[in-house]
Design a protein around this ligand. Sequence first.
Ligand SMILES: Cc1ncc(COP(=O)(O)O)c(C=O)c1O
Length: 383
Amino acid sequence: MINLFQPCVGAEELDAVAEVFQDHWLGHGPRTKAFEAAFAAHLDVAPEHVIFINSGTAGLFLAVESLDLEEGDEVVLPSLSFLAAANAVTTAGGRPVFCDVDPRTLNPTLEDIERALTERTRAVVVLHYGGYPGEIVRIARRCRELGIALVEDAACSVASRVDGRAVGTFGDLAMWSFDAMKVLVTGDGGMIYVRDAEQAARIRRLAYHGLAQPSGFGHAKVSARWWELDIPEPGRRVIGNDLTAAIGSVQLRRLPAMVARRKEIVDRYDQELAGLDTLLTPPPLPEGQESTHYFYWVQMAPGVRDEVAGDLLADGIYTTFRYAPLHRVPAYGPSAPELPASDWAADRTLCLPLHPDLSDADVLTVTASLRKALENRRAGAVA
Ligand SMILES: Cc1ncc(COP(=O)(O)O)c(C=O)c1O
């Protein structure tokens, strides 16, 4: 099977884990601090704004919880979002309001977001589809003008930049996912960035039971009884640990090479799939933007896409569509108005295998199988 996503881990990560074992400290500790500091440097922000947690989903929940939504407050997000974003909003008592996207980049434009804003809008949550930064600069500027919080779901964009500035640092809060299918993996894990220092300190508490000081004698500030509790407000336990942090630090060092290999594969796909009127490949990145190249997505005539996915699977090639439209999910409340571009994209888009260990021969296998499937299924032009 040619995998769709595949973690790129090896001897260096194993060595790092072995060192943690030797130190007999697996929990949150010095390696967590070191990973946070290295990630902060990667973002070019101060380390106290960055918190290592146990998943990207936990980051979305913490980010939205920290907005203190009140009943009826609305949060705008693209319909083509990962479902945890909508779950975080509803769990925090807010109402998700889904907006449309650009049909080719699958990222929302500023105009898509503006159309969904009302006087009840408290926040906007956007992801960067496949690692493409999209209109994040315009969106961040407008949210700031309107006094609306902007949360960047940067799960796809750990290495994405606009004019050199890291994606995830444009809004007020951002989170990354390091789950087993991501570009930088720790098994499970995530990072959250919080622009405001006070809010960052609060989120650090909320991520660990709500404790003002972590437990243990090393942290006792006011009492010789270091086991006593100081809880300004209750929290949960979603912190990362030194085992996963050790893997994360190695992965962060390897990130440029892993992304460079992804880019080579993307260029190869572009080359091999050029000139087909039955298939659209991702649009070029705008000037000044860098992508993590998390997804390589193609678009084809409606109806044909599902058949092609089945044909590729029969050839041992795993594909999928990300992200199934949330405005079609009744659990998120009354259905949104028509979102034609999201529907258009959801019926035509397929993500092809993309990970650094894909060989050039694998890429040719995928493109040959895709071309054959389009011919066999008599695909028409993409419309
Ligand atoms: C865009 C996006 N946001 C958030 C998440 C959640 O991350 P995690 O799996 O680490 O909870 C994912 C995971 O697939 C994702 O793709």
